[in-house]
Ligand binder design. Structure first.
Ligand code: SF4
Ligand code: SF4
Length: 453
């Protein structure tokens, strides 16, 4: 697999990069989903009528890969409900009516952290998940298995998606929290060095991170080319430390942990003050709005209230996105709440994301030559449309990281990344079906053997 300089030049539109985050006031109510992370949804432990504070545990982690959830406001639990998420999946959510006071939970206090086990437990309790958008529970990532060593902690400050500047603001405004998080992780997990990867167009963030790196010789800054998707995990590993992560392997397999800059700042802040993840800095932008900015939003606040806080709509938006235009989801309702891994919400006009005219594929090869993983999205499209799942398997559609470079560059508007997502889902469900059948067959054989005995 080659990485080199593949990728695409996207319009940056970092309109809010100089705008420090402002905290929005307590909303009247919040709707906090149980599924804000990869893994099993959290298990609610509160009931209607319960009093809660900012930082009160309202849902326990359920299973090995899951994450606890905390109240983002003080007030009373109103109800437990089902919420339709942007990906079309329903999940449980806790509705809390705010008393407007934002009173912190009296139990909030910095954790005692002196060794690896205590650090991993503190990260679990902080409710931190990958805040670059992935939502993978951070304590799982930092719980390095026995026998594995990590040579580099890579801090992802690339922020390569258009519009989004919330990570930039973390690097400029929260470098103390970042430093505390990085140094504690290096010390207690015995990682010799940390490298912060930042795209070259973020001058203020680079200066801030270089000043921070001077405080600890184990930390360095690597300025990356401004080319989407420098922030993709395997791409940033290659461009910061020169290692290639083979297909199907994890960063840990090449001695790396990659974590987003806001994630490490969140961990650093929790270690200092003990307040878990209850609010999120969100870039709010787009031509259909009267204002724009970076806003610190209590988790569970509806997009509607966030847009109202920034000044409301100047025109009917063509699309409302959760996340950026390359990897974000279009949402059908403004009732969708801000979640742990929400880094932006955009209300864009038709002009801003003018869609190309769909015509037949001209076999120009641009989708292949721009794919950062050197995949063949045009072949995936052909195989998927023909129902050839064995071809999809052979060409490894499963390792597509859904970055959207292929769709962005295609002159004939083929639904490439969309097809890849469908194809990956199809292969996953076929694999699950196959596994189920094998288990049923095994059970039948076992019960036949028992009867024969
Ligand atoms: S970029 Fe589009 S038109 Fe060109 S080969 Fe790929 S799918 Fe076909
Ligand atoms: S979406 Fe997948 S196939 Fe398309 S460019 Fe990105 S990694 Fe390559």
């Amino acid at each position: 697999m080659r990485f080199f300089l593949h990728g695409v030049k996207v319009p940056h539109r970092k309109n809010t990069e100089k705008m420090a985050a402002v905290r929005m006031p307590a909303p009247a109510s919040v709707t906090i989903p149980m599924q804000q992370h990869i893994g099993k949804p959290a298990l609610p432990i509160v009931k209607p009528g319960d009093e809660v504070f900012v930082g009160t545990l309202i849902a326990e982690q359920d299973g090995f890969i899951s994450s606890p959830v905390y109240s983002s406001v003080s007030g009373k639990v109103k109800s437990l409900t089902d919420l339709l998420m942007p990906n079309g999946v329903k999940c449980r959510a806790i509705v809390i009516e705010s008393d407007g006071n934002m009173t912190p939970d009296p139990s909030v206090a910095p954790p005692t952290v002196t060794n690896k086990a205590e650090l991993v437990e503190a990260i679990r309790r902080s409710g931190t998940v990958g805040l670059g958008g992935a939502g993978f529970p951070s304590y799982v990532k930092f719980n390095i298995p026995e026998g594995k060593t990590v040579d580099e902690l890579i801090i992802n400050g690339a922020e390569c998606e258009p519009y989004i500047t919330s990570d930039t603001r973390t690097m400029v405004d929260k470098s103390d929290d970042m430093l505390h998080g990085i140094v504690t992780i290096l010390d207690l997990l015995n990682i010799p060095r940390a490298v912060i990867g930042i795209e070259g167009n973020k001058k203020e963030a680079i200066a801030s991170m270089k000043a921070m790196a001077e405080k600890d010789p184990r930390i360095s800054v690597k300025v990356l080319l401004t080319l989407y998707p420098q922030g993709a995990e395997k791409v940033i590993i290659y461009h910061t430390v020169g290692k290639v992560t083979p297909a199907g392997k994890l960063p840990l397999d090449v001695g790396c942990i990659v974590t987003n800059c806001t994630t490490v700042a969140c961990i650093g802040n929790y270690l200092k003050v003990g307040m878990p993840l209850v609010s999120k800095c969100v870039t709010v932008d787009g031509g259909a709005l009267n204002g724009r900015g970076n806003v610190i939003v209590p988790i569970g606040t509806s997009l509607k209230e966030v847009f109202e806080f920034i000044g409301g709509f100047s025109e009917f938006p063509h699309k409302v996105l959760l996340g950026g235009p390359m990897m974000g989801h279009a949402v059908a309702s403004l009732d969708i709440p801000v979640m742990k891994n929400t880094n932006a919400t955009l209300a864009v006009t038709e002009d801003e994301i003018r869609e190309k005219k769909h015509t037949a594929c001209i076999r120009c090869g641009a989708c292949v030559s721009h794919c950062p993983l050197s995949l063949n999205p045009q072949a995936y499209l052909k195989a998927y449309n023909a129902g050839k799942t064995e071809v999809l398997e052979k060409l490894r559609v499963d390792i597509c990281m859904e970055c959207g470079c292929c769709s962005f560059i295609c002159p004939t508007a083929q639904p490439l990344v969309e097809t890849n997502k469908l194809a990956k889902g199809l292969l996953r469900s076929l694999a699950a079906e196959k596994k189920k059948k094998e288990e049923e067959k095994k059970m039948k054989e076992e019960s036949k053997n028992v009867r024969a005995e």
